[in-house]
Design a protein around this ligand. Sequence first.
Ligand code: CDT
Length: 310
Amino acid sequence: MSRTIVAAAAQLGPIARLDTRKAVVERLIALLGEAASRGAELVVFPELTLTTFFPRWHMTDPDEIDAFYETEMPGPDTRPLFETARRLKIGFYLGYAELAVENGVKHRYNTAILVDRNGEIVGTYRKIHLPGWDRPQPGRTAQHLEKYYFEPGNLGFKVFETMGTRIGMAICNDRRWPETYRVMALKGSEMILVGYNTPDDHTGHFDFDSLTQFHNQLSLQAGAYQNSNWVIATAKAGHEEGSNLIGQSMIVAPSGQIVAMATSTADEVIVAKCDLDMAALYRKTIFDFARHREPEAYRLIVETRGPVSD
Ligand code: CDT
């Protein structure tokens, strides 16, 4: 008997700086309802779902900064989302800015959680590949200051056994790095969930920026195919506070084929029935890791960060 899971990407259009959490959560609940009515059992929301993409600004006032972070999950504003998911029997991935206190010390992470169909948090991931800079860059109107607002995640790439499958999580820039998918695939993941906020005007180099959508597709399709995983990737999209965020949320099969893609840059749900045994097919054949991988030849990948001379 084949194993399937109906998965949805719930793309969000822009969120303004002054939009309240309550207003955003109402949008998420509407998307959850639509996904459920179309048979979805698992919904993926974007990176930093609850607020505008604030790393585009350099803020220095601690109170102003703290207002973008969650100190508890669920909290008073997000609890209705968990309750709705439990009632609809639908699991979800949610990205948000996390302010955590570990051993009495404050830490800030770009985080995603995985919630099962009973509304319980069953997995947490903290973004590892933080793009951008740790201080404002002179001459740039739109900054990308993720290294200023977050520390690299300290939980590694884990795989969570839940909802009848094995699920891994990644966040935005992680999707461009092959190591992200490979570590989770080695741990037996069958589905990788990704939320993102990707501006198409961030480098100022037209030759590069004009390929932003192509690079999104390329990374997600390669990650899915080379690692025999379903990839569910969800954008925060549209013209947000002066920045153009690409949409193109998509569901990619382990064959690398795109089986669903958003057509707008607004709130939009896409749904696909994912055959989990398709992942097994690729992993038993062309990507049978145990038979074909040669880790001795890859040592350098974990021994160095940057280029080395041979
Ligand atoms: N949020 C995020 O990781 N965005 C990046 C843009 C990088 S531009 C410095 C991305 O990889 O899409």
